[in-house]
Design a protein around this ligand. Structure first.
Ligand SMILES: [Zn+2]
Length: 352
């Protein structure tokens, strides 16, 4: 099986054209961190990491996206660890205990938007009671358990989200920059456990993460006369980290924001549901219990256009007290990654 720590070999094997494309966006550094384990620590080291040698000389792979200014650090010692299949027994118990929460009775326990509610087959919309931004809606799932979803469910959630955006924009035409997010459970920032999607529509300008992607991809296009997103996908595919489906291009990100990041590139929002379902199935197989999904959409008035970009990240073990974001992530735009992207793509291919 391929591994991120051998990425230099895969890059070297690329055709001249693919290699040039890789270095147009990325570069990588392979380095070793060395240390000495005292005699007293040997037993513990063996028990924790399997062998002492690989701890005393650790291979670090740094990957930089020089267009988007993203850095990821992969440590072989961390990525070598087997897939961590977590038990969900406690989670299921906690989820069950919360049955009866406000989202279980949205009609009476959540406010509606000034334009009313949109009712899907599997969900209903509400207005967020304490808003991030002036236009902030919710799609509340009929299903209480946030880890239980079928393809039909996700299709309906996305469809209802789309209807809400159109309705909200019609009522408030000056609000036109939509962003969709789905935070699953507390590690991902969800304050209510019951499954739900949040939708924001910005007024004068899109949110900066999306503005940045748009601006830099436009500059890229101008400079290289080539589409940034097509090239991004082509690089991932040539390295065995991209898959093309009927309507989407899917990649396991070389510079992930956090663990197991998958990016789906599609033309339309409705094309996302099926692939998103496959990604979440793969996540479940890998033991993921808490995740963030973010969907970047172009302005509704079509004043500029970008593909629909859906990003999914794992937010780590629900019962681990340590947060997955430290100072490096918060301040240095650098993600410390412990899970091998090649393990993610292998699992994902089984679900597609
Ligand atoms: Zn509920």
């Amino acid at each position: 099986m391929k591994t991120i720590t051998d990425i230099s070999k895969y890059i070297n094997k690329l055709s001249k054209k693919d290699k040039e494309l890789f270095y147009r966006i990325y570069n990588f550094t392979e380095d070793f961190g060395t240390l000495k384990i005292p005699l007293e620590m040997r037993e513990w080291t063996l028990k924790t990491f399997g062998d002492v040698k690989s701890v005393e000389k650790q291979k670090i792979i740094r990957i930089d996206n020089n267009v988007m200014f993203e850095t990821a650090l992969f440590n072989e010692l961390r990525t070598k660890r087997p897939i961590d299949m977590k038990t969900t027994e406690d989670v299921e118990k906690i989820i069950k205990e919360k049955i009866g929460d406000p989202f279980c009775k949205p009609l009476t326990a959540t406010p509606k938007d000034s334009f009313g509610r949109i009712k899907g087959k599997k969900c209903i919309t509400a207005s967020n009671i304490a808003k991030y931004d002036a236009m902030h809606g919710l799609v509340i799932f009929n299903e209480h358990n946030p880890l239980k979803f079928s393809l039909e469910d996700i299709k309906d959630y996305i469809d209802t989200t789309d209807k809400w955006i159109k309705k909200a924009h019609k009522e408030n035409p000056d609000r036109k920059f939509p962003f969709i997010t789905w935070n699953c459970l507390w590690k991902a920032g969800a304050s209510i456990l019951h499954g739900h999607i949040q939708i924001l529509i910005a007024k004068n300008k899109h949110y900066q993460g999306i503005e940045c992607l748009r601006k830099k991809s436009e500059e890229y296009h101008e400079k290289f006369k080539s589409d940034y997103f097509e090239d991004l996908f082509a690089i991932h595919k040539s390295l065995g980290l991209g898959v093309k489906t009927k309507n989407c291009k899917i990649l396991v990100h070389l510079t992930p924001r956090k663990e197991k990041e998958v990016i789906i590139i599609s033309r339309e929002l409705k094309d996302v549901s099926e692939q998103l379902h496959s990604v979440l199935k793969a996540y479940k197989e890998m033991g993921v219990e808490s995740f963030n999904i973010g969907i970047y959409l172009s302005p509704i008035d079509k004043s500029w256009k970008m593909p629909v970009i859906t990003r999914i990240v794992d937010r780590g073990n629900l019962f681990e007290k340590t947060a997955d974001f430290g100072g490096t992530e918060v301040f240095a735009a650098t993600s410390v990654i412990g899970f091998d992207p090649y393990k993610v793509i292998e699992q994902l291919k089984k679900e597609l």
